[in-house]
Design a protein around this ligand. Structure first.
Ligand code: AGP
Length: 634
């Protein structure tokens, strides 16, 4: 997500805004900028791509005087990282400046209308439509102009505006992107998150959706979009900066797990309006996609598990055969791909060396290539023939969570898109599935709300595992050395079937990469072919068994495990009474959902199991040992 910081008061604003932007750097960005207003009729902007250091150098050479300013760190979603696309954006008379965090879904139509009215755009961003709308509606009152402009927008925004004709004033608004008001003495602050204002004030107001605030010195007026006064509670924050950056969560990983419903909703809102699917940035024609006879997906780690899930999704909605390969294997095989193949490269960072090499290999073989990335302008995004962005915002924790479910969401929509093209238009079945799909983020939120309510129990269960795990070790080490056969199997086995077999792999990866406890994901149908030999009272077996066509098979697996004394933790659909007769250690429930969408729900408890165990063992959850967020070397 982008970062916004604003100041109005009696002090020189430039230095304060720069420091505020530095507090927001952790959110990830690719460019930055600042607009300073200095008395009547003077507004100046400095902005650049790259790190804030570069902006600082520019300001050292060309400082901006003034006591009112807005600044921005940009995480690109529309328009590659460049000085032109960096914020703040100015209107055509350079009298109004805007910074924005979010996605304007209808910017294309708004831009078209504004261009027809003679507006000349300077950037490729969706944000720029906002400043031209404010200018269009400006009749001498900035608040009214901002409210009128915002009433045209569809999408998400946190926005801040200053104007050369209204000295000392900042007008800001919020809809689905965070914005916090910091209240000082004869001065006010604005920021995307509270960590950036804490060094100045602990008195903050968390703006709500629809709020529009006008700041001037230490005074503020709060209204709704219609201009009706609104009142909000002033909070006194006792978090330290580190805690504040995590939005009050203990770790970035937990914060990002909780961001998933909002991100999935935004993706669905942006790409599945009505019953049609659209990918604006795709840049591959429907004609070309219609010629595709097969799909090969390449990726690493969590992205690979998203690819494996996509195989089941595509085979459910289309007649196109799908192969899935880890990038490191694909690149060294003589893979049979060619002009009739679409090679889909999935990568959160867009910089994973093996996936990049695999993409280049595919292009050499004349395959059509598409990357599914989270980082705009990344190598994979630039080198593939087409790209679809997941818009999950920066993922700080090394263990991927929100990027995974965002990848899955995009892959569902891509499969729907192929079905839509093949049927040359949305079908009734597709419309029905889309209706259910749009409810999935709400169901995901239910699971998270339940976790919040039962967090104490989750911690107790993780502690219970810790105690059992060490009891096994003690039993082993206290045993007569002569009688010792092998160390106890203190590890986790994850079992899933069909579309949740990749969920089992992903659940195991989450646990091992942050708790360092051995964990293995397996297709449950494979148990009899070897893994069941592992079962005694030791391993904990996570059984993914929501209502599905393979539910009865999963129950048989569970019975076989119980018969050998194995400990089971089933993930089932709510109100599943049968499972309780199998004496599970705990039962984790998810809301009812069609089997095809169940991976988006079962993954949440799998992420929370990994998080709870790693937290119990006191590991460095956000930065696990030996791992990097992006594996840019082979
Ligand atoms: C997942 O939690 C890991 N951090 C890792 O497996 C990761 O998914 C893999 O390195 C791929 O990264 P990418 O999506 O940036 O290509």
């Amino acid at each position: 997500m982008c970062g916004i910081f604003g100041y109005t008061g009696k002090k020189e604003a430039q230095g304060l805004v720069l420091e505020g932007l530095k507090h927001l750097e952790y959110r990830g960005y690719d460019s930055s900028g600042i607009a300073v207003q200095n008395g009547f009729d003077h507004l100046a902007v400095r902005k650049t791509d790259g790190k804030i250091k570069r902006l600082e150098e520019i300001l050292k050479a060309h400082p901006l005087k003034g006591t009112t300013a807005i600044g921005h760190t940009r995480w690109a979603t529309h328009g590659t990282p460049s000085p032109q696309n960096a914020h703040p954006h100015l209107d055509h008379e350079s009298q109004i400046a805007v910074v924005h965090n979010g996605i304007i879904e209808n910017y294309f139509d708004l831009k078209k209308t504004l261009e027809e009215e003679g507006v000349r755009f300077r950037s490729e961003t969706d944000t720029e439509v906002i400043v031209h709308l404010v200018s269009k509606y400006y009749k001498g009152n900035l608040e009214n102009a901002v409210r009128a402009a915002l009433r045209n927008l569809k999408g998400t925004y946190a926005v801040a505006v200053i104007a050369s004709h209204e000295p000392g004033k900042i007008v800001a608004a919020k809809c689905d992107s965070p914005l916090v008001l910091g209240l000082g003495t004869n001065e006010s602050y604005l920021a995307s998150d509270v960590s950036a204002v804490l060094e100045h004030t602990r008195r903050v107001i968390f703006l709500e959706n629809g709020d529009v605030v006008s700041l001037s010195g230490g005074k503020f007026q709060l209204t709704d979009l219609a201009g009706k006064p609104v009142s909000r509670k002033t909070n006194v924050i006792d978090w330290d900066v580190a805690r504040a950056r995590k939005g009050g969560f203990e770790h970035f990983m937990l914060k990002e797990i909780f961001e998933q419903p909002e991100i999935l909703s935004a993706i669905l809102k942006e790409r599945a309006s009505g019953s049609r699917i659209h990918f604006e940035e795709l840049k591959i024609s429907e004609t070309k996609l219609k010629r595709i006879k097969r799909i090969t997906i390449i990726a690493c780690g969590t992205a690979y598990h998203a690819g494996l899930t996509a195989k089941y999704i595509f085979e459910e909605f289309t007649d196109i055969p799908v192969w899935v390969d880890t990038s490191s294997e694909f690149r060294y095989r003589d893979a049979k791909v060619g002009p009739d193949t679409l090679v889909v490269a999935i990568s959160q960072s867009g910089e994973t060396a093996d996936t990049l090499a695999g993409l280049r290999e595919a292009k050499k073989k004349k395959a059509l290539t598409l990357s599914v990335c989270n980082v705009l302008g990344s190598s994979l995004a630039r080198e593939a023939h087409g790209v679809i962005y997941t818009h999950a915002g920066p993922e700080i924790a090394v263990a991927s969570t929100k990027a995974y479910t965002a990848q899955l969401t995009v892959l569902y929509l891509l499969a729907f898109y192929f079905a839509q093209i093949a049927a040359s238009g949305p079908s009734k079945k597709l419309a029905g599935l889309l209706k259910e799909f749009i409810r999935v983020p709400h169901l995901m939120q239910n699971i998270l709300d339940r976790y919040k309510r039962d967090e104490g129990q989750w911690r107790e269960n993780a502690h219970d595992f810790n105690v059992r795990y060490h009891a096994q070790l003690e039993k082993y080490f206290n045993a007569d050395p002569e009688k010792r056969k092998r160390s106890p199997n203190g590890f986790f086995l994850y079992l899933g079937r069909n579309i949740n077999y990749p969920s089992a792999l992903e659940g195991a990866l989450k646990l091992k990469e942050i708790s360092y406890i051995p964990a293995e994901g397996y297709a449950a149908g494979e148990m009899k072919h070897g893994p069941i030999a592992l079962i005694d009272e030791n391993p904990w077996v996570i059984c993914i068994a929501p209502q599905s066509r393979t539910y009865d098979k999963m129950i048989s697996n569970i019975q076989e495990i119980r018969a050998r004394g194995g400990c089971i933790i089933p993930i089932v659909t709510e109100k599943d009474e049968a499972i309780r007769r199998l004496d599970p250690i705990y039962v984790i429930e998810i809301p009812p959902v069609s089997e095809i969408f169940s991976p988006l729900l079962v993954i949440v408890p799998l992420q929370l199991i990994a998080y709870s165990v790693a937290r119990e063992f006191g590991e460095d959850i956000d930065q696990p040992r030996n791992l990097a967020k992006s594996v840019t070397v082979e």
